[in-house]
Design a protein around this ligand. Structure first.
Ligand SMILES: Nc1ncnc2c1ncn2[C@@H]1O[C@H](COP(=O)(O)OP(=O)(O)O)[C@@H](O)[C@H]1O
Ligand SMILES: Cc1cn([C@H]2C[C@H](O)[C@@H](COP(=O)(O)O)O2)c(=O)[nH]c1=O
Length: 214
């Protein structure tokens, strides 16, 4: 029986790496797959892993019709055994429903990879629908870490060095230190709640202790 699987984790947890490994392992056994993504960091229709792996992909725009794409391909004689769907948090709920239909009606395995929650700790609509519909939701084993050493569970958005909790849900960006107006940092819940990013924690710890006497 085909399955709809949702692999999730914070940013930088290794989801795109796992997506490309999954494709590699299935392709190595002669299975035929299609790879999809939406708003990859590279800005192109490609899945990129921070470990350096990349693979061309089909870009999923809001009006992309998974069901039509799969049926058209099959009707023209293509074989499809599985779909790899990266950045699935950005897909619309209707697109996730189409993926579930592809699993059930066409017996094609669908492997989805994406983050659960946005910088405000709210579920992405695509991720929410996946949790509702997937046969299995799995959390990646590799732990992304908060600066304090605890498992990172939340994604913080940093604008010009300051953590923000308001703004558009979708702003493509990375977790690296390269200077850019918008970047992301993974944090544990406590430090996300307190808006304590690594840079802020360091600057707070550098403030000299007030002397006990005036
Ligand atoms: N130089 C490196 N050496 C070893 N592992 C690395 C290196 N750079 C990145 N990684 C691994 O790659 C992970 C990020 O992988 P990626 O697939 O891009 O994540 P995601 O798609 O979840 O954002 C990091 O958590 C880390 O485990
Ligand atoms: C938290 C959050 C993230 N994004 C964007 C930033 C990245 O482009 C992707 C996540 O990519 P990754 O492969 O998991 O590192 O999502 C966003 O648009 N809005 C957010 O709130």
């Amino acid at each position: 029986m085909a399955e709809l699987t949702f692999w999730t984790g914070t940013m930088d947890a290794g989801k795109s790496t796992l997506a490309l490994q999954t494709n590699h392992n299935h392709a190595a056994r002669g299975r035929m797959g299609l790879i999809f993504t939406a708003h990859d960091r590279s800005g192109e229709a490609v899945v990129t892993s921070r470990l350096g792996l990349t693979h061309d992909a089909i870009e999923v725009t809001d009006d992309f019709d998974f069901w039509r794409h799969a049926v058209d391909a099959l009707t023209h004689g293509a074989r499809i055994d599985y779909l790899i769907c990266d950045e699935a948090q950005f897909y619309t709920p209707e697109q996730i429903e189409a993926l579930a239909k592809i699993v059930d009606e066409l017996q094609i395995d669908v492997f989805c990879f994406g983050i659960l929650t946005d910088f405000r700790t709210r579920l992405f609509p695509g991720a929410a629908r996946l949790v509702e519909l997937a046969d299995r939701t799995e959390v990646l084993q590799v732990e992304a870490l908060c600066w304090c050493g605890k498992r990172a569970t939340h994604n913080a958005r940093v604008e010009d060095g300051v953590m923000v909790t308001e703004g558009d849900q979708v702003v493509v960006g990375d977790t690296d230190d390269a200077p850019s107006a918008v970047s992301y940092e993974v944090l544990c819940r406590q430090h996300h709640r307190r808006r304590l990013t690594a840079a802020r924690a360091q600057s707070v710890s550098l403030v000299p202790e007030p002397l006990p006497f005036g």
